[in-house]
Design a protein around this ligand. Structure first.
Ligand code: ADP
Ligand code: MG
Length: 406
């Protein structure tokens, strides 16, 4: 696999380089319209862009935001991201009003050396996510053409780790049309994840939370035989509690996953640590009346929205001697302060654990920052939730596999 440094060693001044970045950040309402909420992914994308700009490349960035359905939707515009990117880079950023249309073609043609153009959300084009190979290839060809193509020095850098599990035009197909290079972010993410699948130092502890068991079933399946302990919190713990025969009131419950959870408990029950107490409330609200109840005595109608203090202590104790930790998924509805303590306590314990600690998942990474924890206390905060989970499941990542092709 060729890397960005290989590309730079050939010289990039005067060449147009297409970079696929992951700029899929949460937006919030600000004084003058939408603003970037958490800018972690933009920051993580900077090093590759700066290297290319400093080397005199004409940089064209392709990225997506949210899940528009193949047509422009103003609320998913990358325009607020262009503003934040310009601030963080300390340079001007040109912004195309379309993906491969008039605006993108004109602005890419006008780029000077060391200048950057961000294209509008690639998912505004139906070719980006199409299941039809020909439709994707057509959009990819239009993207590649913005660089002038291989004859004209065009090149492609894959740096969107959060999207490499997608066989999308700007992630996969375009790499087949241009000389392609692995960006530093993708390289670093893969280096860390390899340490979790190869021969991890023990004890190896995985903490899973978040909303859905069904999202994480495959990763539980693949990790359970390899880990020493699996701590389960978040909305998904209730399906496990139900599998133990407990009532879970109005908590999140995936009835069709109860049998799978029962099987995990039967096969590896000694490794699985579930909460013993939970924070319940009737409403998911900032001013909710909360109560702490035993995990096997959740009242009818009450919703379990965080792990309780005893569970947080037990989870922290199970992390205290861990030499390798992978954490994905908040322990509760951390976005609301009455339900944030479990996530804060566990995040702190992950940060304090003595070995390699890896945080995967968009919401988990956002939780680390929103709760004011020092990012530097973690060994690695992955920018890609789905991509890191699929890697740990042992699946091939199309956006990485294509980089191996010559
Ligand atoms: P990640 O993005 O880190 O992979 P997920 O997307 O799986 O995490 O889950 C994050 C969401 O799970 C958060 O928005 C959080 O509010 C929600 N969540 C956590 N615990 C609960 C719970 N007990 N009930 C409902 N939602 C929960
Ligand atoms: Mg999420």
């Amino acid at each position: 696999m060729k890397t960005l440094d290989d590309l730079l060693s050939h010289g990039v001044a005067g060449r147009r380089v297409l970079v696929r970045s992951d700029l899929n950040v949460p937006l919030k309402d600000g004084a003058a319209g939408k603003e970037v909420g958490d800018d972690g992914r933009i920051r993580a994308s900077l090093p590759v862009l700066v290297k290319l700009l400093d080397a005199g490349a004409q940089v064209i960035v392709a990225a997506h935001l949210g899940r528009p359905k193949g047509a422009p939707e103003p609320r998913y515009s990358l325009s607020p991201v262009a503003d934040r990117l310009a601030q963080l880079l300390g340079r001007s950023v040109a912004f195309a009003l379309d993906t491969v249309g008039e605006s993108a073609r004109t602005l890419s043609g006008e780029l000077a050396d060391g200048q950057l153009l961000l294209l509008e959300n690639v998912r505004f084009n139906p070719g980006e996510t199409s299941k039809d190979d020909a439709e994707r290839a057509e959009f990819a060809r239009a993207l590649a053409t913005l660089t002038g193509g291989e004859e004209d020095g065009g090149a492609f850098v894959e740096d969107a780790f959060g999207a490499v599990h997608r066989k999308h035009a700007s992630v996969y197909d375009v790499a087949r049309l241009l000389p392609h290079y692995c960006g530093d972010l993708v390289r670093d993410e893969l280096t860390v994840l390899t340490q979790l699948t190869g021969d991890p130092k023990r004890p190896y502890v995985v903490v899973l939370g978040g909303s859905k068991v069904s999202d994480k079933l495959a990763v539980i399946e693949s990790l359970l035989p390899r880990v020493d302990r699996l701590l389960v919190g978040g909305g998904m713990c209730f399906t496990f509690l139900a599998a133990q025969g407990h009532g879970v009131g109005g908590s999140l419950l995936e009835q069709d996953q109860v049998d799978n959870c029962a099987r995990f408990l039967a096969d590896a029950g000694a490794k699985i640590v579930l909460p013993t107490d939970v924070v319940v409330a009737e409403d998911i609200a900032e001013d909710a009346q909360t109560q702490i109840v035993a995990a096997d005595a959740i009242p009818d109608g009450a919703k379990g929205l965080d792990i309780g203090p005893d569970s947080t202590r037990a989870f922290a104790a199970a992390l205290a001697d861990a030499q390798t930790v992978f954490w994905n998924g908040p322990m509760g509805v951390f976005e609301l302060s009455p339900f944030a303590a479990g996530t804060r306590g566990v995040a702190q314990a992950v940060a304090d654990s003595p070995g390699l600690s890896v945080v995967g998942g968009g919401d988990s990474a956002a939780a680390v920052r929103a709760l004011g924890l020092a990012e530097s206390a973690f060994g690695h905060i992955s920018t890609g939730g789905g991509a890191s989970l699929e890697y740990l499941e042992g699946k091939e990542l199309p956006g990485v596999a294509v980089l191996e092709e010559v």
